[in-house]
Design a protein. Structure first.
Length: 461
């Protein structure tokens, strides 16, 4: 149960959840919009994220329904923050915790879960949700195999959005004296924006709820077309938002618009929030603020815009707040030629791919006809591997019959993706004998390009 205002002593840490402050954003939005922009600072929750609210609600509802019994084990697939909330409640209530997460999550998040005594299993990111290796599938298998286990299932457990309908929405309404006109929030499980928007729209149907999505996620296109397009799905860096499936907690009827934000813009804004506003917030806050600025032309002087800052910056010290990590991904601004220049000069070509199920002989033919030294391999439109001519030659010499086998049997790891604004000098360090090419994504046009060692040499000559 969330804490009550005015309570002097909390019976335990769970009673301090909720009633987080609303803080005016000043410098970042000063030139962008005349509207009042307020941030809901969810880092004030004891687990430093908004997920504390719904984690406790899911546990309490499961207890009432008899699904979670004394001494039981809580299982969940989590990016870190939900696990923190569940683990914290488990300590107080006497449960064990086993969490699955993805290998793209920050080390700080995994270490924090372990600090609460939870067991953490790290699973690959770039697999379909139905794949037995995915963190969704592994958590479901553990629930079946472990006696007296309960899977929280934050994506489809509607206690998630209900927590925000009962708590976060009313708080925002009261803190703004009902003057809020727009809600801006990252969308991952969908619980936050769905619960808050549903409550606010019941109080004032004119309030707009705008969800922030990321490139590589399916939400925006599904909202606008009703089509679940797997070609929209590919790996991305931004944490806490976007999905490659449709969680039941995402109620598209209460979300008026989705705005996509690039990994780079989200990462850069994450740092700006701390340096310009003094608020130590995480990556999803950076995405939300970047999306808000992209939408700023829609706001007017009397508008009151509330943006959700989901979690704490301390969980991203090795990523967004690390210069080397940012530079390695081309997220730090540098002068000089960039991948965009190579594309404009037609030095870099648009990416040509083959499906993993196609025979090796097709790759041989394509590479020969187009004089390709390497090619990318896809499955259902997603880049999952690569093949270079030296490796292909070696495999063919060992076994000429390999030409009739599917490409996935001999493919190599996929080339890394970088943003089109990445400096050429950085690209040159990423191309090695083991990694002969880099894939470039233009998030605005949604086109992919490939840059090789010879491309770099041509522009540096």
């Amino acid at each position: 149960m969330a804490n009550a205002p005015g309570r002097k002593i909390a019976a335990n840490i769970l009673e301090t959840i909720g009633n987080t402050p609303l803080v005016r954003i000043n410098r970042i939005t000063k030139e962008a919009t005349p509207a009042t922009v307020l941030a809901k600072i969810e880092t004030f929750n004891p687990g430093n994220s908004i997920k504390d609210r719904m984690a406790l609600k899911m546990i309490e509802d499961a207890e009432k329904a008899g699904k979670l019994k004394p001494g039981g084990t809580i299982i969940e697939g989590t990016s870190g923050n939900t696990g923190m909330g569940l683990a914290m409640a488990a300590v107080i209530k006497g449960y064990k915790c086993i969490f699955t997460t993805t290998d793209k999550q920050s080390k700080e998040k995994v270490d924090a879960l372990k600090a609460f005594g939870a067991e953490v299993i790290v699973c690959p990111t770039d697999v379909d949700p139905e794949d037995p290796r995915s963190y969704y599938s592994v958590s479901s298998r553990l629930e079946r195999e472990i006696p007296n286990a309960w899977k929280a299932n934050q994506y489809d457990n509607l206690s998630n959005s209900q927590a925000h309908y009962e708590q976060t929405g009313p708080e925002i309404w009261e803190q703004t004296d009902g003057r809020i006109t727009h809600l801006v929030s990252g969308v991952g499980t969908g619980g936050t924006i769905t619960g808050v928007a549903r409550y606010l729209k019941e109080r004032n149907p004119k309030i707009k709820a705008w969800g922030i999505d990321t490139y590589g996620s399916v939400f925006k296109k599904y909202k606008e077309t009703g089509i679940f397009d797997k070609n929209e799905i590919y790996p991305y860096i931004t944490e806490g938002i976007g999905e490659d499936f449709l969680p039941q907690n995402v109620d598209f009827s209460v979300i008026d618009h989705f705005e996509k934000v690039t990994d780079k813009d989200a990462a850069v804004m994450t740092r700006r929030i701390t340096r310009e506003e003094g608020i130590f917030a995480g990556n999803s806050a950076g995405a939300a603020m970047a999306g808000l600025l992209q939408l700023a032309h829609n706001f007017h002087e009397n508008d009151v815009v509330v943006v959700i800052f989901h979690d704490h910056g301390s969980r991203y010290m090795a990523k967004m707040f690390n210069d080397e990590w940012m530079a390695a991904r081309g997220f730090l601004e540098k002068s000089g030629m960039t991948a965009r220049d190579l594309v404009a000069l037609r030095v870099s070509g648009e990416l040509y791919t083959l499906e993993a199920a196609r025979p090796v002989e097709e790759a041989i033919k394509v590479m020969s006809e187009h004089d390709f030294s390497q090619i990318s391999i896809t499955r259902n439109g997603r880049v999952i591997g690569s093949l270079n001519e030296q490796h292909l030659y070696n495999e063919f010499v060992k076994n000429p019959d390999i030409k009739r086998k599917p490409l996935e049997e001999i493919m190599q790891p996929a080339f890394p993706f970088v943003d089109i604004s990445t400096p050429v000098e950085l690209l040159s360090t990423m191309i090695t004998p083991a990694n002969p090419a880099v894939l470039v994504r233009d998030f605005k046009t949604e086109k992919n390009f490939i840059i090789t060692r010879s491309d770099i040499i041509r522009v540096l000559m």
